[in-house]
Design a protein around this ligand. Structure first.
Ligand SMILES: Nc1ncnc2c1ncn2[C@@H]1O[C@H](COP(=O)(O)OP(=O)(O)O)[C@@H](O)[C@H]1O
Ligand SMILES: [Mg+2]
Length: 274
């Protein structure tokens, strides 16, 4: 074995070992370990284990009521689990933090419905979202917050990423549904999150917008870990790397889309049922 291939071999071995020890691996950005939560005696999340790597793009699928949104509520501090651990990276115990602290620690969540400020410019929406800005009040009653040159450069970068450079000085309310969804993703990006949680991004989008959203999310992975919950299987097929199937609050299957689609249990509870 020459030096280069020996290096390669070592890297692959390391990667495999990191995967085996994923709950302690440095490469893990998010882990949920043995997490459960009940609502009125009903176990919405049931001994859930989920490990997301830094920069990973993960799709979460599963039938209605599987616990997908509840899982995101737990990660973002909106719902407290009855038991289990939830960590960001190695040391950040999310169960000890408030929703606001979790957001500041680098987890950005996008709900299904776009929630942009329609009466403000695309630019203002992004400048308000800039890391450290809390002044929504200022945007309504004065000019948007004054950004540093560096922040403005970054804002332009984000505009380019979300494909809205030409819309910088348009009202957000004049944007299409898809553009509003991208703008909201842009608002999350302004906060430089390590992890993005995105709930059903393509509901209500045109085919063209779905295509653009796929490119956008694929482009964001690497720099950010991206967890996407989505029902639209055509969209999942476009972006899927590793896919997790949730069912009754637990992981039913995990692997490539082909692997999970061919899993008999998955066919039984989910894909075959439609
Ligand atoms: N706050 C709540 N109170 C009571 N039941 C809830 C609450 N949130 C979710 N549930 C129930 O938990 C289960 C999982 O819901 P959810 O996480 O929304 O599933 P999904 O997003 O996969 O469709 C459902 O049966 C739902 O009715
Ligand atoms: Mg849901």
């Amino acid at each position: 074995m020459n030096q280069a291939s020996s290096f390669h071999y070592q890297a692959e071995t390391d990667a495999r070992q990191a995967y085996d020890n994923i709950h302690v691996g440095k490469n893990v950005i998010l882990y949920l370990d043995d997490v459960s939560v009940s609502f009125d005696g009903f176990k919405a999340i049931n001994n859930l284990n989920l490990y997301i790597d830094r920069g990973e793009l993960r799709c979460i699928i599963g039938p209605n009521g599987a616990g997908k949104s509840t899982m995101m509520d737990i990660i973002t501090g909106k719902t407290r689990p009855d038991s289990g651990s939830v960590f960001l990276g190695q040391n950040t115990d999310l169960l000890k933090m408030s929703e606001a602290e979790i957001a500041c620690a680098g987890i950005g969540r996008k709900f299904q419905k776009p929630t942009v400020f329609e009466s403000l410019l695309v630019y203002d929406n992004l400048s308000l979202a800039a890391a450290g800005s809390k002044s929504v009040f200022g945007a309504y009653f004065g000019k948007g917050r004054q950004l540093s040159a560096e922040q403005n450069d970054f804002l332009d970068e984000v505009l380019n990423t979300i494909g809205l450079t030409a819309y910088k000085h348009r009202l957000a309310g004049e944007c299409s549904h898809g553009q509003k969804q991208w703008l909201e993703i842009g608002m999350l990006l302004m906060q430089k999150p390590q992890l993005l949680l995105i709930d059903e991004p393509v509901a209500g989008m045109t085919h063209g917008e779905i295509e653009r959203t796929a490119e956008l999310l694929i482009g964001l992975a690497g720099e950010h870990a991206v967890v996407v919950v989505e029902h639209d299987m055509e969209f999942v097929r476009k972006i899927a790397r590793k896919v997790t199937v949730l069912h009754q609050g637990s992981v039913l299957a995990e692997g490539s889309l082909t692997e999970v689609q061919n899993n008999p249990q998955v066919i039984d509870v989910y894909l075959g049922g439609h």
